[in-house]
Design a protein around this ligand. Structure first.
Ligand code: FE2
Ligand code: FE2
Length: 471
């Protein structure tokens, strides 16, 4: 079951050949996807040979095979994690009942909406990142970018498969729409705001993959709990791919920190102006990028109080990430002490699940901060340690939306907020400076001056390996 059939037009491990109608529908969608990839995917690199990994099996070990591939020839396909025998629904009012192999009629439109919303983010991020190849800091980074891009493309396939296989005509229409909306498009934007923000520089890419892909991880984890078994299995395999995207973010920011500390040591100074004049990112500037992308990603979890997520949980459609680690899986009796600008509100736990998810997401975000700060402290600059902004800072959704709050979560006057905002998130000058650093480096083994080389290469190859052959 876990082996992937690559002899078919659409690689898959779902025995696609046994369902001719579905196979035909997906084969009809495939050229539309490829057109989208050529038009909206990474610009100007379609002919390059990229050292990519491709899934060969969904087993925990050895699912990937590495080799030089031209991106349009990447074998995008449909890979589901192996089924769990006699899997039961693990939460909500239907807890303990057998997981659904088909979509229950009463949940059809909700499930379709959940799948479309998740699916929409996948091609969106490819669109957001499409110009980055031109300013890559190294071939190693360029390869990682393209690996992420092809995998986000595959995640689109993962969701489109569900739409085609389980949602009939509506599903096929939604699959077309997933290729028709575009990131930042004035008429047909992507569904979620964060996925319409352009990612114009590599510092933003590292932050995006650290914070926004991690939101993706949390969404996928909660959908992996779903009572709708095909969705659960799809998401479980997607999570194994997602881990690499966050690795790129965490190590990318770590390499920026390392390089900045080296420059500070060389200069014998932590003066931001001198660090910048030396072509590096001062830690204050990095902090602003963290503030921006963290606060923007926090909005993706939605309102603190949500009857939709209560219903999704109660109905067994979407659980909490790592549902099994909780004691109570029904939550009809529990309450949650929610802090709002007005004070503390006791709300039914079921209604507060977005906030529960946001809190566990923030805890996960702390892990990288600890690692980076250890390096900063060891270099003797503990006073410049990086911090996550408060979850109340610069929010656009929920109880804290539009509130004048500083990055530590304190209420301040509107006047101070507006005056200080540019010292908390990147100002136009900051962005212009970061853009000025983005000079393309494509000589094997060479790295741009604002970021340290990685500690190791891909798949045991040396860092100097020519990970992308540009021709
Ligand atoms: Fe993804
Ligand atoms: Fe991702």
């Amino acid at each position: 079951m876990s082996g992937i059939n690559y002899s078919e037009k659409i690689p898959n491990n779902v025995s696609l050949a046994t369902d001719r109608t579905l196979q035909r529908a997906l084969e009809h969608w495939q050229p539309h996807f490829l057109d989208w990839w050529r038009g909206m995917g990474p610009t100007d690199f379609q002919g390059a040979d990229v050292y990519l990994r491709t899934a060969v099996s969904v087993d925990a070990d050895g699912w990937a095979q590495y080799g030089a591939v031209k991106m349009p020839d990447y074998r995008w396909g449909i890979f589901l994690a192996d089924p769990v025998a006699e899997r039961k629904i693990g939460f909500g009012d239907a807890m303990g009942q057998p997981a659904w192999q088909q979509v229950p009629g009463e949940y059809r439109s909700t499930l379709r909406r959940l799948i479309v919303t998740q699916g929409d983010t996948e091609p969106a991020s490819v669109e957001q990142q499409r110009l980055l190849g031109h300013t890559c800091p190294s071939l190693y980074d360029l390869r990682n970018l393209f690996q992420i891009n092809v995998e986000e493309g595959r995640h689109l396939w993962a969701m489109v498969y569900l739409l085609h296989a389980y949602f009939g005509r509506d599903g096929r229409e939604e699959a077309e729409e997933l290729l028709a909306r575009h990131s930042g498009d004035a008429d047909k934007p992507r569904i979620l705001t964060t996925f319409n923000e352009p990612i114009g520089d590599w510092l933003s890419l590292y932050c995006f993959t650290y914070f926004t892909d991690r939101d993706g991880k949390y969404q996928l984890k909660s959908l992996a709990e779903s009572g709708f078994d095909p969705l659960s299995r799809t998401c479980r395999f997607m999570l194994t791919e997602e881990a690499h995207h966050m690795f790129v973010g965490e190590t990318g920011i770590g390499r920026v920190v390392k390089r900045t500390l080296a420059v500070m040591k060389e200069l014998g100074s932590d003066d931001p102006a001198r660090v910048r004049a030396h072509g590096a990112v001062d830690l204050g500037l990095l902090q602003k990028y963290l503030n921006f992308w963290c606060s923007s990603s926090l909005d993706l979890f939605g309102n603190e109080v949500s009857s939709n997520s209560a219903a999704n949980f109660a109905n067994g459609l979407k659980g909490r990430p790592d549902e099994t680690t909780y004691d109570d899986h029904v939550l009809r009796e529990k309450t949650f002490a929610l802090k709002t600008p007005q004070g503390t509100d006791n709300v039914p736990m079921l209604n507060a699940l977005n906030e529960v998810m946001r809190e566990s997401y923030l805890k996960d975000c702390e892990i990288g901060l600890k690692r980076w700060n250890r390096v900063i402290e060891r270099a003797g600059h503990g006073a410049l340690a990086l911090k996550l902004p408060s979850s109340r800072f610069r929010r656009s959704i929920g109880a804290w939306a539009g509130q004048p709050v500083d990055p530590r979560g304190n209420f301040i006057s509107n006047e101070i907020y507006l005056r200080e905002l540019n010292s908390w998130i990147p100002s136009e000058q900051d962005r212009a400076f970061v853009t000025s650093l983005m000079q393309r480096v494509v000589e094997p083994g060479k790295i741009a001056g604002w970021v340290a080389p990685p500690e190791r290469g891909i798949n045991n190859l040396p860092v100097e390996h020519e990970y992308v052959k540009l021709h």
